[in-house]
Design a protein around this ligand. Structure first.
Ligand SMILES: NC(=O)c1ccc[n+]([C@@H]2O[C@H](COP(=O)([O-])OP(=O)(O)OC[C@H]3O[C@@H](n4cnc5c(N)ncnc54)[C@H](OP(=O)(O)O)[C@@H]3O)[C@@H](O)[C@H]2O)c1
Length: 295
């Protein structure tokens, strides 16, 4: 059995590869940094005696995504982990457009292409697993991290819709989305941000995701983030949720911007909450929610 992991040169992708190798899967590991992948290949073959193929691709190029698929089309891939991704942090009017487009190409386009190509094959065989790495960011909008949050919303909604199509067809193919909050990886350095809260250990996060994937869970949220995810899925006035998320994101690294008090410009809801009132609203939401891990 073979598992293909994108973004295996670092962070959670490297951990997914280790966990699957330990479980006896041969691997195809993909990213741009060849040396990192070769080091991982050596480690996994020596430690677990599995076969590991290194494929270097820049997944921001759709042609490279298709070339990757063509290279492994005849191999019996059983698991696809769509993990490659990154963030661009900052105020929307100030972030670099080309970098954001590249992010959309990796986080959305590459994941979309690989999901479709592999899923068609898995459906024909009526067997296979696709785990898409989304984020807690997938449940809401993210001021100061806007396009990253939006890209992860795409990943989650696409995955949920495909899940239902597979369920209707009584397919045995699995698709699910992993939605962690902060995890300690190279993500922050790449995004140019600091986490406002302590992150999960990357190995623990990956272990949890793989375990729940094999349990068939559709939306996988590590326990410590379950309350926040549930709060985001409940009905919370949009402007309260935006102000809360914006406040959290702003506290990453950006200096406190000089924003005027948010005023209602379109609908009939006004948001004129003081910081204390906002904190109260957030803790009220979080307090009375239940764990969604059973989804
Ligand atoms: N860390 C967090 O807090 C967190 C939370 C929620 C979700 N996530 C998601 O988890 C996934 C893994 O991120 P991570 O935290 O493990 O970050 P990471 O340590 O920075 O790893 C990102 C991986 O993506 C690969 N990648 C980036 N651009 C690529 C491209 N153009 N082509 C091919 N591969 C590319 C990188 O490899 P190369 O640079 O070698 O190409 C690297 O292996 C991402 O989808 C991220 O959005 C992370």
């Amino acid at each position: 059995m073979i598992a293909l992991v994108t973004g295996a040169s670092s962070g959670m992708g490297r951990e997914f590869s280790k966990i699957l190798a330990r479980r006896g899967f041969n691997l195809v590991i993909v990213a741009r940094r060849r040396q990192r992948l070769e080091e991982l290949r050596r480690e996994l073959t020596e430690q677990y005696g599995v076969k590991v193929k290194v494929l270097v691709h820049d997944l921001s190029d759709p042609d490279e995504c298709k070339a990757l698929y063509a290279e492994v089309e005849n191999a019996r891939i059983d698991i696809l982990i769509n993990n490659a991704g990154f963030g661009v942090f900052g105020k929307f009017t100030e972030t670099d457009l080309d970098r954001e487009i590249e992010m959309i190409d990796v986080n959305i386009k590459a994941l979309h292409i690989l999901t479709k190509l592999f899923l068609r094959k898995f459906v024909k065989r009526d067997r296979g697993y696709i785990l898409n790495i989304a984020s807690l960011a997938a449940f809401t909008a993210g001021p100061y991290f806007s396009s990253y949050y939006a890209s992860k919303n795409y990943v989650l909604q696409l995955t949920k819709a495909i899940y239902e199509e597979l369920r209707e067809d009584k397919s045995n193919v699995y698709i699910g989305a992993f939605c962690p909050g902060p995890v300690k990886t190279e993500f922050n350095d790449v995004a140019g941000a600091e986490f406002a809260v302590a992150g999960l250990d990357e190995a623990e996060a990956a272990e949890y995701a793989i375990e729940k994937m094999f349990d068939g869970q559709l939306i996988i949220v590590p326990k410590m983030y379950a309350k926040a995810a549930a709060a985001m899925q409940r009905f919370v006035p949009t402007k309260v949720m935006l102000a809360a998320t914006g406040k959290l994101q702003r506290s990453r690294t950006l200096k406190e911007p000089e924003l005027p008090a948010p005023v209602n410009t379109g609908g009939d809801m006004k948001l004129r909450l003081s910081d204390d009132e906002l904190e109260q609203a957030i803790s009220g939401i979080v307090d009375d929610i239940k764990d969604i891990n059973e989804l």
